[in-house]
Design a protein around this ligand. Structure first.
Ligand SMILES: Cc1cc2nc3c(=O)[nH]c(=O)nc-3n(C[C@H](O)[C@H](O)[C@H](O)COP(=O)(O)OP(=O)(O)OC[C@H]3O[C@@H](n4cnc5c(N)ncnc54)[C@H](O)[C@@H]3O)c2cc1C
Length: 497
């Protein structure tokens, strides 16, 4: 070894990325005896998984059965496509079959690790309730998977930045080169490398290359997911799939500066179990303050506000169109603005069905909930000009924008931002999560799971992304450990609608 050559270490499996998918893959591989190293570029684990609400959609779970719900894989598969009929022709039905067939096992696997779920909750077009929510939230996935990973002996290295996938003369992926503590290192893996680096919403360059303009200029929820894994894999011949597919941008309020009650709860499993029982059995009036604190902290304001007369303005007070969702806001300065309502509209949005935000089927947050729970987002003024002064807007512009609102007291909700939660495109993968080349053949030794490995599936609908992240991670960890020879792909069963 010369002084400039990095030192080499060996493992069986290398996982890049410590969000839900990467942690699941690492646990699954290490539990089968694989010497597993997980490399995460950030100082902490969790990725977008940590930002998520925490719902997983699944069919045939213990919780469904306990609630007397009969469900099956084919119904789940068909209902999932009901969220994205426009993408049907570009979908990956084989991968979707794997998701539908395996999600319930994943929920049980997570339960064995100590994750507690409440639900299932309904969300049309799902014909039966399928949404299972981690209690008290998504941080439990990160916590319980990390604990399981440590128990199974996974070597977790934070702030480890990978530069290159290493291949041998046959093109097989044999390891990675990365930097840790300023030192360039080489790590080889006898079984292979699992990419779990999430989506590419954090990369302006990739957004501009692949997405429509409103999505390209929107603010990513997680700026750290910069599509690194995609680029590493592309460099050695991996095929990309449906890179232009994106859901959003969406209107979103910034997260609260202070942690809500639910976020402050300790992550003890027994407390989560108690919480789940509480969710199931407590009367609605007792649940409301808890769930509302979650809703005002994390959710998107409904676009129904605009149909009822509320006006979206930019930071200067100019009126923005809302017929294309958050697209006009995305083009505005800082992709930010305010939703302005008069006293009549504010009063209207205090009772069902006129809520400001919702977790479908679980609860609703109204205007008064925002006044109480997020006073930082509610700006009241006795008229339009005082409101302009309060928000630093051009008074004439704002007056023109709000000419259709009632005179008197006005409220501005915001700032509201055009945000990109996640992107849907990624690497082409097969049902064993193996990364594919343009010719459809697997790149030996390389796997992709979670957001980077959706293989063409557009996963609109609550709970499908996490279901795929955890399921694909679990499966890839298992398959890489068995080093299975190629098998015939899953054949989806007959669709019983
Ligand atoms: C606000 C919000 C709410 C959501 N709520 C839900 C929900 O309730 N249910 C649901 O199903 N989905 C939800 N989603 C989507 C879901 O969170 C994601 O699809 C899912 O977490 C993706 O998991 P992942 O492991 O693939 O990626 P991530 O969790 O993002 O993990 C990727 C990890 O890879 C790391 N990484 C990136 N590049 C490198 C590199 N070069 N080297 C090493 N590490 C790297 C990142 O730092 C990160 O830790 C939500 C998303 C958002 C933004």
């Amino acid at each position: 070894m010369t002084p400039n050559q990095p030192s080499t270490e060996n493992a069986d499996v290398i996982v890049l990325g410590g969000g839900g998918a990467g942690l699941a893959a690492a646990v699954s591989a290490a539990a089968r005896g694989m010497r597993t190293v997980l490399l995460e570029k950030c100082p902490q684990l969790g990725g977008t998984t940590r930002w998520s609400v925490g719902s997983i959609a699944a069919a045939g779970t213990r919780l469904q059965k306990r609630a007397g719900i009969q469900d099956n894989i084919d119904h789940f598969r068909v209902d999932m496509m009901g969220f994205v009929p426009e993408f049907a022709a570009r979908d990956n039905p084989k991968l979707r079959y794997v998701l539908a067939a395996e999600a319930a096992t994943t929920v049980e696997w997570l339960e064995e690790m100590g994750v507690v779920f409440s639900g299932p909750f309904p969300e049309p077009p799902n014909r039966v309730p399928r949404m299972h929510n981690a209690v008290p939230g998504s941080r439990m996935y990160v916590l319980k998977l990390t604990q399981a990973a440590r128990r199974a002996g996974v070597d977790i290295r934070l702030q480890a930045e990978v530069h290159e996938l290493l291949t041998n003369a046959d093109g097989r992926v044999i390891g990675v080169e990365y930097t840790l503590d300023g030192v360039r290192r080489r790590l080889e893996a006898s079984r292979g490398v699992i990419l779990a680096t999430g989506d590419f919403a954090g990369s302006k360059a990739l957004r501009e290359t692949h997405l429509h303009q409103a999505a390209a200029t929107a603010i990513p929820v997680n700026p750290d997911n910069t599509g690194d894994g995609l680029q590493l894999a592309q460099r050695i011949g991996a095929a990309l799939h449906n890179m232009d597919v994106v859901i959003g941008p969406q209107f979103r309020f910034p997260s609260a500066q202070h942690q809500g009650f639910i976020d402050r709860l300790p992550s003890w499993t027994w407390l989560a179990r108690l919480g789940a029982l509480f969710f199931e059995h407590a009367p609605k009036w007792m649940l409301k303050p808890l769930v509302t604190s979650l809703l005002v902290a994390h959710m998107s304001p409904t676009e129904k506000l605009y149909t009822q007369g509320a006006v979206l303005v930019d930071l200067d007070g100019a009126r923005l169109a809302t017929d294309q969702g958050a697209s006009a806001l995305s083009a505005a300065r800082e992709a930010s603005g305010y939703i302005v309502l008069d006293a009549k509209i504010a009063a209207q949005f205090n009772a069902y069905p006129w809520y400001i935000s919702t977790a479908p089927g679980i609860a609703f947050a109204y205007f008064s909930d925002y006044q109480k729970g997020r006073p930082d987002l509610v700006h009241a003024a006795p008229g339009v000009r005082p409101l302009a002064a309060k928000l630093g807007m051009d008074a004439d512009k704002l007056a023109t924008s709000l000419k259709d609102l009632q005179q008197g007291q006005v409220f501005a909700l915001g700032p509201v931002r055009a945000m990109l939660t996640i992107t849907e495109g990624g690497l082409a993968v097969d049902e064993q999560c193996r990364v594919l080349r343009d010719d459809g053949q697997p790149l030996d030794g390389l796997y992709a799971v979670g957001g980077i490995g959706q293989g063409g599936m557009a996963l609109k609908g609550h709970g499908l992304h996490l279901a795929w992240a955890m399921t694909s991670g679990r499966i890839a960890g298992e398959l890489i450990s068995r080093r299975m020879p190629p098998v015939d792909p899953f054949e989806p069963g007959q669709v019983a609608v």
